[in-house]
Design a binder for this molecule. Structure first.
Ligand SMILES: [Zn+2]
Length: 360
């Protein structure tokens, strides 16, 4: 498919009050036909969110700004050097901001409170970049304070304190968060209840890809045979099934905005596979009518090599993390091509305004 010019900002409809706190839980008067959705339906087959868009496709872009300690913990590696903890905020985030500015893309950045706090107590460079993102029209979302992969099994009060702490840090830099994404996508009713208590409008934790979940189980089992410990969780399989369309959850008074999966196999439309995989998933992503592309900060990291330092990753992580085996230039170009092909890419909050859903 030939790339088309990016959407000009002037062509976007006016954005209603998106970054405002929710006064009351929204009523269960959702425009989607079935709040539970149809787990077997493909994106383009469901009435509601996408059918409101007319002939134009909708592309949501979200970026999780997980720092290196998350990846080290998943792969059973020792904690990364202290000086590399700010790498994702200070090195990768500017690459996103520059690319998104070039292509008139707006996105949702999910921020870990612990990382923001560390930055505010240190150089403050990351916080300045996040404020720059806000000023450019991007959305900042809550990715929890500590990014605990087992957050759902903690006591309710601890869960609430964790998400509140991240919320307060985001507000301290001028954001007005309305959305949440759980660490490792693993969420449940109790976690959503705590998020809803903050007045949030949506959750975006669901990754309805059973294949991803099975692959994760496989990785955990493989690591066990090697004697490696991982923070990845076997629990939470419910987060990896279900509808792939945005839908209202009356039981918690919030919307769920799932990450997109491919038709058929339901492979996840996430940066690790779309930018670093064989290319067929990127081709599918380019032509979907509705796409919620989920990226991570590390997707635009420079791994360097044995002779060039890049962003300063430890060699062990370069060997284990798929993105870091593909040169940054290649991933950047794949992302640019995909975003150009889609056109009109936007944040979760703006997408809701754009689709005319009245509850946001
Ligand atoms: Zn994360």
């Amino acid at each position: 498919m030939q790339p088309s010019p990016p959407q000009k900002p002037g062509l976007l409809p006016a954005i209603p009050r998106l970054f405002t706190a929710k006064a009351e839980p929204v009523a269960a008067e959702a425009p989607t036909a079935d709040p539970q959705g149809d787990p077997t339906a493909e994106d383009d087959d469901v009435d509601g969110f996408t059918t409101k868009l007319g002939p134009r496709p909708l592309t949501i872009v979200s970026v999780d700004l997980d720092d290196l300690s998350c990846y080290h913990a998943i792969h059973g590696l020792p904690p990364p050097p202290e000086e590399s903890l700010g790498l994702v905020l200070e090195r990768c985030l500017p690459r996103y901001l520059e690319l998104f500015d070039e292509l008139d893309v707006r996105a949702t950045f999910f921020v870990i409170g612990r990382d923001l706090e560390r930055d505010l107590n240190g150089s403050g460079k990351g916080a300045k970049l996040l404020q720059q993102a806000l000023a450019a029209g991007h959305e900042l979302g809550n990715h929890s304070y500590a990014h605990a992969y087992d957050l759902t099994v903690r006591p309710s009060a601890e869960i609430f304190d964790d998400v509140l702490r991240c919320d307060q840090l985001l507000r301290a830099i001028g954001a007005d968060p309305i959305g949440f994404r759980a660490p490792g996508y693993t969420h449940d009713r109790n976690l959503l209840d705590q998020v809803s208590a903050l007045g949030y409008r949506y959750d975006s934790s669901r990754l309805p890809s059973p294949m991803y979940y099975l692959a994760k189980l496989g990785a955990i089992a493989w690591m066990a045979t090697k004697g490696l410990e991982t923070v990845s969780q076997k629990r939470g399989w419910q987060s990896f099934i279900g509808p792939s369309q945005p839908h209202f959850m009356p039981e918690v008074g919030m919307w769920e905005v799932p990450i997109s999966v491919s038709p058929g196999l339901r492979l996840p439309m996430v940066g690790t596979f779309v930018l670093s995989g064989p290319g067929s998933l990127a081709a599918q992503a380019a032509v979907r009518r509705f796409l919620h592309l989920e990226l991570h900060g590390i997707d635009l990291a420079d791994p360097g090599s044995d002779t060039t330092p890049g962003d300063g990753f430890v060699k062990a992580l370069r060997k284990r993390q798929p993105e870091l085996k593909v040169p940054l230039k290649v991933r950047l170009e794949r992302l640019r091509t995909l975003l150009l092909a889609r056109g009109g890419c936007t944040s979760i909050a703006r997408a809701h305004g754009w689709a005319g859903i009245p509850t946001l």
